[in-house]
Ligand binder design. Structure first.
Ligand code: GLY
Ligand code: MN
Ligand code: MN
Length: 479
């Protein structure tokens, strides 16, 4: 472990705010500060799981240096930045989420790897960086010292300002997770290839397909907060009717921000015909009595696991006859999809089961000519079902996105995998092939399903799904 060298020059802020500091003030600011080092610190809860994940990574790439950056702050405009969210690879392998952090797995002489976590240490007081530098703790908040971080993460830590040089000088094969830290990638430019780096990222994506106990607990927490967020929205529907979809977005966001880190993706608060736009995130429409509200939203925990849940709710608390007919068809499709989620089954079984139900309904209603087998073969139901029936869920809402087809889309379900089951039916407002009364109705029901040893568990079962249960639940919340 190394600590801040105290040799770093002070960076002036671009606007020159700090020019003209008197020598007396500079001297004064160096001293008179208490020692706040935290000497008794317990490791983070997931330190053991993170070590086990690193061990799997190490076993896959023996003898190679592996570099996993957290990423940097991204400019929003001028000198303001987006809230930082660490790369999932870094958070997964360390449990840390600090901007600019880098995990390096160095091939060990004998076997395996030795890991080092590169972080920005506490601000130096002698050279004034703690109050004169934009990254100084007086501006950005207290950081962990490197020795505190060692205790928290169970990893040797080093000053991030030494990482680039160390990587530049290192010899031997290197792989880096790309797309997060341009500075680190530049330092490794002539040592890595896109193809080899993709193998590293792909392996990490596949490693995350099966969740460990810690992750399952976090996913359940994300879902539980999401359930409370949906309850908040139902309680606020009267106010939303007086305002807009924005009110619903803000209501859910409050729960996400208080109980978690953020929302895991832009909330889809789609009232009336907006429900037929799959990623309606403008959320600037009215919420009207008699219409449906499709709410697709998920709280992300502070450890970055997200829920992804959709309910389609009658704004007044009661479905009309046609809304109920369409809703019940989607519900039946979702039931069939959930029943198909089991260990040993093919991943896509749930999709096919749900699509079959929806195609059958569309034929029954006379919207498409049967038989059902023909509709499914030609994919004709997709005019109204539009999207795949689900996806893996975890630290990304569309998790494990770069896993190979053979392990994901064409793979087999295993206990510990978590996926959404989210069929829908969408009748666009301008779809002349359906009776007028269908137009502008969109329904999706989405739950988060964990594959267990003997079947599955619906993590979001606390939110009612059947149409009658939804109505009862809404009436109770609004009472
Ligand atoms: N919320 C995006 C999705 O359901 O996939
Ligand atoms: Mn989803
Ligand atoms: Mn969703």
């Amino acid at each position: 472990m190394t600590d801040a060298a105290g040799e770093q020059p002070i960076k002036q802020r671009k606007n020159g705010l700090y020019t003209g500091v008197s020598d007396e003030l500079a001297e004064n600011m160096k001293t008179g500060w208490a020692d706040t080092e935290l000497r008794e610190l317990e490791p983070i809860t997931q330190a053991g799981e993170a070590a086990a994940r690193r061990a799997k990574l190490s076993a896959r790439f023996p003898g190679e240096r592996l570099v996993i950056p957290a990423g940097n702050l991204k400019t929003r405009s001028n000198d303001t930045e987006y809230p930082f969210r660490s790369s999932v690879e870094y958070a997964y392998l360390t449990g840390d989420q600090t901007e600019d952090g880098v995990l390096v797995l160095e091939p060990a002489a004998a076997d395996g790897h030795s890991a080092t976590l590169y972080l920005l240490p506490r601000s130096n007081r002698e050279n004034g960086e703690f109050w004169l530098d934009g990254q100084g703790e007086l501006w950005a908040g207290r950081r962990h010292s490197l020795s505190e971080s060692e205790k928290l993460y169970g990893l040797p830590c080093a000053d991030i300002r030494t990482a680039t040089e160390a990587l530049r000088e290192a010899s031997g094969p290197v792989r880096v997770v790309r797309g997060h830290d341009a500075g680190i990638e530049a330092a490794l430019e002539d040592k890595t290839t896109a193809e080899r780096d993709e193998e590293l990222t792909g392996f990490l994506s596949e490693l995350r397909l099966v969740k460990d106990e810690f992750e399952i607990g976090e996913l359940q927490k994300a879902v539980d907060s999401t359930v409370r967020g949906f309850e908040d929205v139902v309680r606020s529907l009267d106010k939303a009717q007086a305002t807009s979809e924005r009110y619903i977005e803000g209501t859910f966001f409050l729960r996400a921000r208080v109980e978690g880190n953020d929302v895991g993706y832009g909330s889809i608060c789609a009232a009336g015909p907006h429900a037929t736009t799959l990623h309606w995130m403008r959320n600037d429409g009215a919420v009207r009595s008699g219409e449906l509200l499709l709410l697709d939203a998920g709280v992300e925990t502070r450890t970055l696991y997200t829920a992804d849940v959709t309910r389609t709710l009658p704004v007044d608390g009661r479905f009309t006859e046609l809304q109920r007919k369409i809703y019940d068809a989607v519900y039946e499709a979702q039931e069939a999809g959930i029943a198909a989620v089991k260990p040993g089954g093919k991943y896509l079984d749930f999709h096919h089961a749900a699509q079959r139900v929806l195609a059958t309904k569309l034929v029954e209603w006379g919207l498409v000519e049967g038989p059902v087998e023909r509709v499914l073969e030609l994919g004709l139901q997709r005019r109204w079902t539009l999207h795949g029936t689900g996806h893996m869920l975890g630290m990304d809402v569309h998790d494990c996105a770069v896993a190979r087809r053979e392990t994901y889309a064409e793979g087999t379900l295993e206990p510990g995998m978590c996926l959404t089951v989210e069929p829908g039916l969408y009748f666009q407002a301008d779809d002349l092939t359906v009776p007028e009364e269908y137009r502008g109705i969109g329904v999706r029901i989405e739950d988060d399903i964990l594959v267990t040893e003997d079947g599955n568990r619906n993590l979001s079962a606390a939110l009612p799904r059947a149409s009658a249960d939804v109505e009862t639940w809404m009436a109770e919340l609004k009472a």
